[in-house]
Ligand binder design. Structure first.
Ligand SMILES: NC(=O)c1ccc[n+]([C@@H]2O[C@H](COP(=O)([O-])OP(=O)(O)OC[C@H]3O[C@@H](n4cnc5c(N)ncnc54)[C@H](OP(=O)(O)O)[C@@H]3O)[C@@H](O)[C@H]2O)c1
Length: 323
């Protein structure tokens, strides 16, 4: 695997070019500010009446309506939520310059056909592997966030160089750019969200908390054991890797982990993980996401309300007040 750093990347493909960042949310804000601080001419494209206009302008950024921002740009970055990329692309396509570059920070909308870019465009992926807040704060500290890059369409023969120069300008070349494809990035990201860090891990914490409470433990103690120690685990893994983390904990904890870990995460879990990966690749999640947007995010809103009223959340609030 090739890990490209600043010194390997030519910044020239962005010299004198204008970049339009569509959306000023989690990624849009961070990428626009990092580009600006790297000396790139940036305009933030927003829908009419957007509440983000004042925020972007008070950060010293130029803003414009979507169509005008797109028409003025050599490179357009799609940084609105994935589920609206299909309608957003339909809206901006007539305004994209011939031979312009169209960038994404997630492979989903191209991989699953929500966006079918015009043939004259260079289409690239530059996906920072973390949230925009961290992308921005790392940049300000002189550091960077690792990112994945890919090219889906190379209309002018320059798509690779543009993608890499873009990754460098938002600071990711300080940590490293890894080559991938839209399909690999989208599938791995969606798989992890469902089956590992964001889907399975919180459910494991909840199940552990509820098992201890049903077994007679106080909610506070159950919370501290099952949820509170996660930060320590994450920090140890980041500092030492998984093997090093296991060696760093007590013999009691290490033996417990050895005996218990694979009893819980057994072949059944691995089989269901493989099911999730198959379904992601078949486009089932992309359909669910579009459906969710079409129904006004009803399922997500319901889940957000339900999640807030559990004993675990009450315990979290009690313990935090005690802090
Ligand atoms: N969040 C992350 O940590 C992360 C990490 C890596 C990659 N990504 C990828 O980065 C991209 C952006 O994600 P995000 O989380 O940054 O999005 P986000 O914060 O939800 O984006 C919000 C922005 O999108 C604009 N927007 C929403 N609906 C719109 C519409 N119909 N037309 C025009 N603009 C609209 C909003 O406009 P208003 O200001 O007018 O409301 C706002 O400025 C996605 O492809 C995502 O997968 C995200």
């Amino acid at each position: 695997m090739e890990l490209l750093l600043d010194a390997d990347i030519d910044p020239a493909p962005l010299a004198g070019k204008r970049v339009a960042i569509l959306g000023y949310g989690n990624q849009g804000r961070a990428q626009a500010l990092n580009l600006r601080d790297s000396g790139i001419d940036v305009v933030v494209g927003l829908r009419g009446g957007s509440g983000s206009t004042i925020e972007a302008e008070s950060a010293g950024l130029a803003t414009d309506l979507l169509e005008a921002a797109v028409a003025s740009a050599d490179l357009v970055m799609m940084l609105a939520p994935d589920e609206i990329h299909a309608s957003l692309y339909r809206e901006i396509e007539p305004h994209l310059r011939r031979g312009a570059a169209l960038g994404f920070s997630h492979g989903l909308s191209v991989r699953f056909g929500l966006v079918e870019p015009r043939a004259d465009l260079n289409v690239f992926l530059l996906a920072p592997k973390g949230p925009g807040t961290a992308l921005r704060s790392l940049y300000q500290q002189g550091k960077g966030m690792i990112a994945v890059w890919a090219v889906a369409q190379d209309a002018t023969g320059k798509a690779r160089d543009i993608a890499l120069a873009y990754g460098r300008a938002i600071g990711c070349g300080r940590a490293g750019l890894i080559a991938s494809t839209f399909a690999e990035e989208a599938e791995a990201d969606l798989f992890n969200e469902q089956a590992v860090v964001w889907g399975a891990v919180p459910e494991l914490l909840i199940a552990g908390f509820e098992t201890l409470v049903e077994g007679g433990a106080s909610p506070e103690l159950a919370y501290l054991e099952c949820v509170g120690e996660l930060k320590l685990l994450a920090e140890l893994i980041e500092a030492r890797g998984i093997a090093g983390m296991r060696e760093a904990i007590s013999n009691t904890a290490e033996l417990g982990a050895l005996l218990g870990g694979r009893r819980i995460v057994d072949e059944g879990v691995r089989g269901r993980m493989a099911d999730v990966l198959r379904e992601v690749r078949a486009g089932r999640f992309a359909e669910e996401l579009s459906q969710e947007e079409a129904t006004g995010y009803a399922r997500l809103e319901r889940a957000r309300r339900d999640n807030r009223s559990t004993l675990l959340e009450e315990t979290y609030r009690r313990l935090n007040r005690a802090d």
